[in-house]
Design a protein around this ligand. Structure first.
Ligand code: SF4
Length: 186
């Protein structure tokens, strides 16, 4: 699909359940494999389990608590009746957060500790952690885990964002992520 066609792709008020399951399945699988890779890679250290558990807790919390509390309240899906966003998190956000302001949606990408940076950190921390672990404590299983996590990262950028999630998003014309990927009309 060309960039122009992506920008004009059909917008979904309610994403198909299959897209939402795919998005969350890939996300949770990424975090779980990342945590296992960290634990396996540093199993020579007594801190390996704590490091892996800490990473997993951070990754899940930034996605399933911080995002609904800080990003989703400003999103159009939060305010649209009977809607289902690409991750389905608007349903959680509507239960735990107060409505925000549409003009604050771009805040998700502003500042060192903005949610976008937390989101990216959760995706790349296990890759950064597993690389030195491969040198210190090589195993084929660790190598497979590293390749799997890199594959899931590529899947997210090359398929999820551009084909099943952002491309059909009602928020893509206000979203800095969609703008940076050339998926919006603005
Ligand atoms: S365009 Fe993508 S990142 Fe932005 S709100 Fe929609 S699904 Fe989320």
């Amino acid at each position: 699909m060309s960039l122009k066609n992506r920008a004009n792709a059909q917008a979904y008020v309610r994403y198909p359940v299959a897209n939402i399951v795919f998005y969350n399945g890939v996300t949770v699988f990424h975090y779980l494999l990342g945590a296992i890779g960290i634990i396996l890679g540093y199993r020579f250290s007594p801190a390996a389990w704590a490091f892996g558990a800490l990473y997993l807790a951070f990754a899940l919390l930034q996605m399933y608590l911080v995002m609904p509390l800080t990003v989703c309240p400003h999103c159009i899906y939060f305010r649209t009746a009977d809607s289902l966003c690409p991750s389905g998190l608007n349903v959680i956000a509507q239960k735990i957060a107060q409505p925000g302001h549409p003009h604050d949606f771009g805040q998700r990408a502003k500042g060192w500790f903005c949610h976008n940076n937390l989101y990216i950190a959760a995706l790349i921390i296990p890759i950064i952690a597993m690389l030195p672990a491969l040198i210190l404590n090589f195993s084929y299983l660790l190598l497979i885990l590293l390749l799997a996590v890199v594959g899931l990262l590529l899947l997210r950028f090359l398929v999820i964002f551009t084909k099943t999630a952002c491309v059909h998003c009602l928020a893509k014309n206000e979203c800095p992520n969609a703008q940076s990927m050339g998926l919006s009309q603005t």
